[in-house]
Design a protein around this ligand. Structure first.
Ligand code: GLA
Length: 397
């Protein structure tokens, strides 16, 4: 409600010419954004060619048709500003407009990256003092998504006395709001993704500054320790998330590093339970059938993308075992049991806690990872979970 009001207020701040365009635009990110981002695999090496290839591979792998539509260029595309302050791309990206046309021609959307500071995390040109100019530039290229990464702005904030945390935080919020207004003024719909690692309980104020999603944590990496730590830390954040504004526990590492099949599934399933943006970050040219099947599993995606947009809560935790559940729009319930522990085969009778999940004895269960219908289920359902594995069920009356 509050974000709808803010949207209206922002609309009235627009000029008549772009007002009509913005008004006609459908609301953004009504379900968590899905796509692929260059950082987790390519980091600083990403080029125009890699992005074009990623576009092709998203189609041939079936990822686009499974819902992954945003193709996001992360940091290191930026060149220098000219005498008028207009930012140019660097040699790796010779023609961003042509690249956007290519990506759009494939039925995908193009995302880009900047920072409210004068420098990005990788030390490239940021948007400080050039917010409107940059937003206009993105719009002229046909950009559909902006990841806005605090980074260089931290040194700007640190010019204030460290004791003045309040002022520092105000400055940070204002910087995000400024870019959001600049985007609105372009009249081009762009998903606005805040990246400031969860500082200042960002989930409490991000929707007010136009955030469609906000990172809740520091950077992910392709180890199960990091992934499970981030996932478990999301407990309690469900109430801040919903259609148009999502908690973002960072991009997917599915298929990266040395993650096992069980670890990839646990990662994917947990992010789906969390109604997280699903931004794959793997090497698309080396997709294995296992990784493709995890990323494109229709049942896990349906949980993530459920129209109700209710993020899961943790309903049970004992040692390495946790149960999370979320209600779904058709009255079903998604329930996940995670074994974050190291035991090779974890086998014991833990109750499924169906009541706490909003389900009940006798509901039917569909096992997302095996694809099997399990029939009627009760709290005593016996199953075994190997190390780092999880059970993901869709329960219906
Ligand atoms: C930060 C972000 C990452 C990535 C890099 C790019 O670390 O959190 O997701 O965008 O910057 O430099």
């Amino acid at each position: 409600m509050r974000s709808a009001l803010l949207y209206l207020v922002a609309l009235f701040a627009l000029t008549p010419s772009n007002l009509a365009q913005a008004q006609s635009a459908a609301p953004l990110a009504t379900t968590p954004p899905m796509g692929w981002n260059s950082w987790n695999w390519f980091a600083t090496t990403v080029t125009d060619k890699d992005i074009r290839q990623a576009a092709d591979l998203m189609i041939s792998s079936g990822m686009r048709d499974a819902g992954y539509v945003y193709l996001n260029i992360d940091d290191t595309w930026e060149g220098q500003r000219d005498a008028q302050g207009v930012l140019h791309t660097n040699d790796k990206f010779p023609d961003m407009k042509a690249l956007a046309d290519y990506v759009h021609g494939k039925g995908l959307k193009l995302g880009i990256y900047s920072s409210p500071g004068n420098k990005t995390c990788a030390g490239f040109e940021g948007s400080l003092g050039h917010e409107q100019q940059d937003a206009d530039l993105y719009a002229s290229w046909g950009i559909d998504y902006l990841k806005y990464d605090l980074c260089g702005f931290r040194s700007y904030m640190n010019q204030l006395a460290p004791s003045d945390k309040l002022k520092q935080n105000e400055l940070m919020r204002a910087a995000y709001e400024k870019m959001h207004k600049a985007i609105l003024k372009t009249g081009r719909p762009m998903v606005f993704s805040l990246c400031q690692y969860g500082f200042d309980s960002v989930w409490q104020w991000a929707p007010e500054v136009g955030g469609n999603s906000w990172r809740t944590t520091g950077d992910i990496n392709p180890t199960f320790d990091r992934i499970s730590l981030i996932g478990r830390e999301q407990a309690g954040l469900a109430k801040f998330s919903g259609p148009g504004h999502w908690n973002d526990p960072d991009m997917l590492e599915v298929g990266n590093g040395k993650l096992t099949q069980d670890e990839n599934r646990t990662h994917m399933g947990m992010w789906a339970m969390l109604a997280s943006p699903l931004l794959a970050g793997n090497n698309l040219s080396k997709l294995t059938p296992e990784v493709t099947s995890i990323l494109t599993n229709r049942d896990v995606i349906a949980i993530d993308q459920d129209a109700l947009g209710k993020q899961a809560d943790r309903i049970y935790a004992e040692g390495p075992v946790e149960i999370w559940s979320r209600p779904l729009s058709n009255g079903d319930v998604a329930l996940a049991v995670f074994n974050f522990g190291e035991d090779e085969t974890f086998l014991r009778g833990i109750s499924l806690h169906l009541d706490q999940a909003g389900a009940a004895h006798g509901w039917k269960a569909h096992d997302v990872w095996s694809g099997r219908n399990l029939g009627k289920i009760d709290n005593d359902y016996k199953f075994s979970l190997p190390r780092h594995a999880s059970l993901l069920l869709r329960l219906s009356r």
